[in-house]
Structures are given as structure tokens and as C-alpha cells.
Design a binder for this molecule. Structure first.
Ligand code: NAD
Length: 295
């Protein structure tokens, strides 16, 4: 009997090395929030590698109320450079998803530049880490406002265009925390649980207009969001990696590359998924099928 062996994936594994349809999104334009780094950057690069032009959005100093992010320009410029290196156009726009005006402007600029927006990926998110009784009011508000309100505003900004065209796909990055809980992540978990309800509602209301709405639930992804906490780097032999290994069916793939999430989004946005809406796709190395996320 032929024995399949599971490939051990290193920190720098990129699912795009596995081969991809490079014309899947040819001629399309995609807007991505949280595009300066992590999953958002991988989404921008994946869609560009598959033919799409990109509106790359991330929080920037010009937006009132936004946190000062001195590294932002470089990061968003890095995304734009990657997209352009792949032969696609990229518009880098400062957007704070807490502001409807900045999202409306990003959509308007994207339409002006590319004439269309086929796919919108509402990905921007922040995480808090504290016991629920220690979460400050402003932290609670910020997490809900970015992770849940931000997706609502992003969809709201693009919906009129997609309804008019009777075409389009809206995707959001939720999390396995949308279906489970972990100590110290109350606000984040509440925001992601709420996001599933929001996305179901959008799928229902936009279905009449042939606009599809789907959600991806990543497990532990190798990005700055979870790479910098006190339990050490994700990857290699760190305690963090051991922790996530225990919680995944695919133990050798428990720390996902951002490109794994982007690949799922690319499929959900493609014509191959033309009958898929209201879906919640786990990209989590099988962590949700195991008990024990309540650590
Ligand atoms: P990240 O911190 O590396 O990147 C998030 C990006 O969002 C940053 O560039 C940040 O500047 C941007 N952002 C934050 N607040 C914003 C705002 N108000 N307006 C616009 N942009 C803003 O994180 P990541 O891991 O790439 O996370 C992306 C998404 O994936 C988030 O929604 C996160 O909750 C989700 N997610 C991440 C993981 C993981 O393990 N990394 C797992 C599940 C879900």
C-alpha cells in the first residue's frame, strides 16, 4: 500500500510555491484592508500574482483618531512594491476602518483608478490580551470597532458599486476564535463571533444582487499579530509552536503561512466558487475539530 507522508512545513513555507492558476483574477481589481503586513499583504500579493490590480489600505497618520504608525508608510509601500514587482498596479491608500469617510474615499479612489472593484477583503484587525475584567473600556471599544465595525463599514462602502454591477465578492478574515474561546481574549473573541453574524446578514441581503459574501477562519498564522507576545516567536522550536502543535490535527502545519489564508480567499473570490456564499471556511490545520482551545 502506498504510504503518503506529510511534508514538514518550515517557517518560510509559502503555499504559492505549490503552484497556482496565474490568470484566475486577471483583469479584476481587489481592495484589501490591513494590507501593510501579515495576512493582508499576502492577500494583496496572491491576488496580484493571479492577475488582479490592488487597492492596498492600512491605517495611516492622516486619519483623525488613528494611532500613530510611523512604520506604516514603509510597510504599505512594501506591499505596493511587491504587487508592482508582480506586474500589477497598486494604489496604496491610508485607511482607518474606524472611519466610514476614509473607506468611502478608498473605494472612490479605487474606482477612479481601476474602474471597478471585483473583490473586497475586509481583513484589518487588532487583538487584545487581558482577562476580561482588566480590559479597559477604550480597548474594548477599539477591538469591536476595528474587527466588527470595520468590516461592516468596508462592506457598506463597496456595496452600492457591487449592487449596481450585480457582481462582486466580499470576504472577511474572522478567526477560529469566532467559534471557540481562549482565556485572555474576550474582546477579540466577542468581535469575531459577532463577525460571523454580520457576514451571514450581508450574504442574505446581497444575495438578491448576485454579490457573494464569505468568511475565512484562520488558525494560528505566522504574522506580527501573534508573533510578538511573551510566549515567544511562532515557528521553530519555540514554546509557542509547541502550544499550537498540541491544538492542531495537522501538527506539522499548525503555524500557517499567511499565504495559506490568502489562497483560500483567492478561491472563494474566484468563479470556481460562484455558488458559494455565506460560507465560513476554516483554514486552521484542523484546530477547531479538537477539544482544548480553552487554554
Ligand atoms: P497584523 O497585525 O500582522 O496585520 C494587521 C494589519 O491591520 C496591520 O497592518 C494593521 O496596521 C492593520 N490595521 C489595524 N487596525 C487598523 C485600522 N483601524 N484600519 C486599517 N488597518 C488597520 O495581523 P494579521 O495576523 O495579518 O491579521 C489580519 C487579520 O487576520 C485580522 O483580522 C486578525 O484578527 C485575523 N487573524 C489573524 C490570525 C493570526 O494568527 N495571525 C489568526 C486568525 C485571524
Amino acid at each position: 500500500m502506498r504510504q503518503e507522508t506529510m511534508k514538514e512545513f518550515g517557517d518560510d513555507h509559502d503555499v504559492r510555491d505549490e503552484g497556482r492558476p496565474v490568470t484566475r483574477h486577471l483583469g479584476k481589481a481587489v481592495l484589501v484592508t490591513g494590507a501593510a503586513r501579515g495576512i493582508g499583504r499576502a492577500v494583496a500579493e496572491t491576488f496580484a500574482a493571479e492577475g488582479a490590480d490592488v487597492v492596498a489600505c492600512d491605517v495611516g497618520a492622516p486619519v483623525q483618531g488613528a494611532q500613530s504608525t510611523t512604520a506604516w508608510r514603509d510597510d504599505l509601500d512594501g506591499t505596493a512594491s511587491s504587487v508592482r514587482a508582480l506586474g500589477r498596479r497598486c494604489l496604496a491608500v491610508p485607511v482607518d476602518v474606524r472611519s466610514q469617510a476614509s473607506l468611502d474615499e478608498a473605494v472612490a479612489r479605487g474606482l477612479e483608478e481601476f474602474g471597478r472593484l471585483d473583490v473586497v477583503v475586509a481583513n484589518a484587525g487588532i487583538m487584545q490580551s487581558a482577562q476580561f475584567w482588566e480590559i479597559a473600556e477604550e480597548t474594548w471599544q477599539a477591538v469591536l470597532d476595528v474587527n466588527l465595525g470595520g468590516v461592516w463599514r468596508t462592506a457598506k462602502a463597496v456595496a452600492p458599486h457591487m449592487i449596481e454591477r450585480r457582481s462582486g465578492v466580499i470576504l472577511a478574515t474572522a478567526s477560529v476564535q469566532a467559534r471557540s474561546a481562549r482565556k485572555g481574549l474576550a474582546a477579540y473573541t466577542a468581535s469575531k463571533h459577532g463577525l460571523l453574524g454580520l457576514m451571514k446578514s450581508l450574504a442574505l441581503e446581497l444575495g438578491d444582487h448576485d454579490v457573494r459574501v464569505n468568511t475565512v477562519l484562520p488558525g494560528a498564522v505566522h504574522t506580527p499579530m501573534i508573533d510578538n507576545d511573551e510566549t515567544g516567536r511562532l515557528g521553530g522550536d519555540s514554546p509557542r509552536t509547541a502550544f499550537f502543535r498540541k491544538m492542531a490535527a495537522l501538527r506539522n502545519r499548525s503555524a500557517l503561512p499567511p499565504s495559506a489564508v490568502a489562497a483560500a480567499m483567492s478561491w472563494l473570490a474566484s468563479d470556481e466558487a460562484g455558488h458559494v456564499t455565506g460560507a465560513e471556511l476554516q483554514v486552521d490545520a484542523g484546530s477547531l475539530i479538537l477539544p482544548g482551545l480553552n487554554h
